[in-house]
Design a protein around this ligand. Structure first.
Ligand code: SAM
Length: 227
């Protein structure tokens, strides 16, 4: 976990307020109780009889320990999983392919984007990539640098960027703070964003007013029909 020194969080908050964004409206995206990321992961694994699982960012193995599958690898520089390394270092040397990959490491746009792109290269045909923490409800929950304990980061920006790719099928399941589901294949509803080149510069305000279109949100019931 990132160092959550209270003084550092306070200074980050001031920095954010002065230099990055001031926006006080909050969303109220509700997530069903008792449906977790590992439930969706396991459902997909069982449905497709998948054999190989990779998790990026394992922490205390909250998800990793629950996944039942023939072969699983977990990558984290600090704790949990099976390989003590950053995702970048892992991808440099890894030669294995996977049926399903769960990305839940460093929750910064650039890192998540790179984790997804690297994962696409080692994903078996018809495989799935799931990404956690895609639906923040407030600026504080997504602010980078982080100034809150309870935090999703700006993962959502990487999903917005990849949703413009016509060769990726992406939606965000409205469970457990938002779990994006990515598959290779022609997208029936790619995001068309004109005049945006630097996705990192998107503001929480942009997300607040466009989150449904940006993220292609599907309820859990819809998710079950899609997967
Ligand atoms: C939110 S936690 C993961 C939680 C877990 N996947 C779960 O389902 O509850 C994020 C983890 O990412 C790890 N992490 C941070 N930077 C990383 C990096 N560059 N590569 C891989 N993991 C990283 C942290 O050490 C932390 O354990």
């Amino acid at each position: 976990m990132e160092n959550l020194n209270p003084l550092k969080l306070f200074l980050n908050r001031i920095y954010h307020f002065i230099f990055k964004e001031r926006f006080f409206k909050k969303l109220n995206i509700q997530f069903p109780a008792n449906i977790y990321r590992w439930d969706l992961l396991q459902l997909i694994i069982d449905k497709y009889n998948f054999k190989t699982y990779l998790e990026i960012g394992c922490d205390k193995n909250q998800s990793f320990s629950k996944i039942k599958i023939n072969s699983k690898i977990g990558v984290d520089p600090i704790s949990g999983g099976t390989i003590r390394s950053t995702s970048d270092e892992f991808f440099k040397t890894n030669d294995k392919k996977f049926d399903i990959i769960f990305i839940d490491g460093l929750h910064y746009y650039k890192q998540v984007l790179s984790d997804i792109k690297n994962s696409l290269m080692i994903l078996n045909d018809n495989g799935f990539i799931l990404v956690h923490d895609c639906l923040p409800n407030s600026l504080a929950q997504q602010a980078v640098p982080r100034y809150r304990g309870y935090w999703n980061g700006d993962v959502w920006k990487s999903i917005v960027e990849l949703r413009t790719n016509k060769n990726l099928n992406i939606f965000t399941s409205q469970i457990d703070f938002g779990v994006a589901v990515i598959r290779k294949g022609f997208s029936s509803s790619p995001l068309i964003l004109r005049n945006i080149t630097a996705y990192e510069q998107l503001k929480f305000k942009d997300y607040y007013y466009n989150y449904n279109t940006f993220m292609n949100i599907k309820s859990y019931e819809e998710t079950l029909k899609i997967i």
